[in-house]
Ligand binder design. Sequence first.
Ligand SMILES: Nc1ncnc2c1ncn2[C@@H]1O[C@H](COP(=O)(O)OP(=O)(O)OP(=O)(O)O)[C@@H](O)[C@H]1O
Ligand SMILES: [Mg+2]
Length: 151
Amino acid sequence: MKKIITRNEKETVALGLALGKKCHGGEVFALCGDLGAGKTKLSQGLAKGLGVAGRVNSPTFNILKIYRVGNQAKNKKTSQTKKIKCLCHIDAYRLQSEKDLLSLGVEEFFGQPETVTIIEWAEKVKKIWPPRTVVINLKQLKENQREIRIK
Ligand SMILES: Nc1ncnc2c1ncn2[C@@H]1O[C@H](COP(=O)(O)OP(=O)(O)OP(=O)(O)O)[C@@H](O)[C@H]1O
Ligand SMILES: [Mg+2]
């Protein structure tokens, strides 16, 4: 387990960015923590690190959003073949149960080598976390301080 303290939102975004860059595909990130804990900020960094262009917001009302990962340019430079093609961003805040999420077909994305999945309010859908889910707990310590634990 890794414990990181961030002192402002930029540091949280930067942490997400570093995590995103390390992804190989198939990762599922379960972000747990209260309102304003920094889940979306971390997600925005992750998305950027993966190579998602444009803005990533909390999909609270839509529950699920799919972003295309455009990392072709990066591939040419590093001559690495990155196979990640999309980011599946889920916000479970409004869900009553796991069933709601399953009915959207999310399991098709979980663990797919071409997809990285981020679940905000993941504690609400714990029963359907796939094996090897990366659990990230975020906690507000002070106004601008967050404790981020990665398991
Ligand atoms: N160290 C920090 N890391 C992240 N955000 C911080 C930090 N310090 C202050 N903030 C502020 O806290 C808020 C975090 O908001 P964010 O939307 O990321 O939280 P969230 O966990 O997604 O909340 P919600 O469950 O409501 O969607 C932002 O307004 C951000 O500016
Ligand atoms: Mg959020």
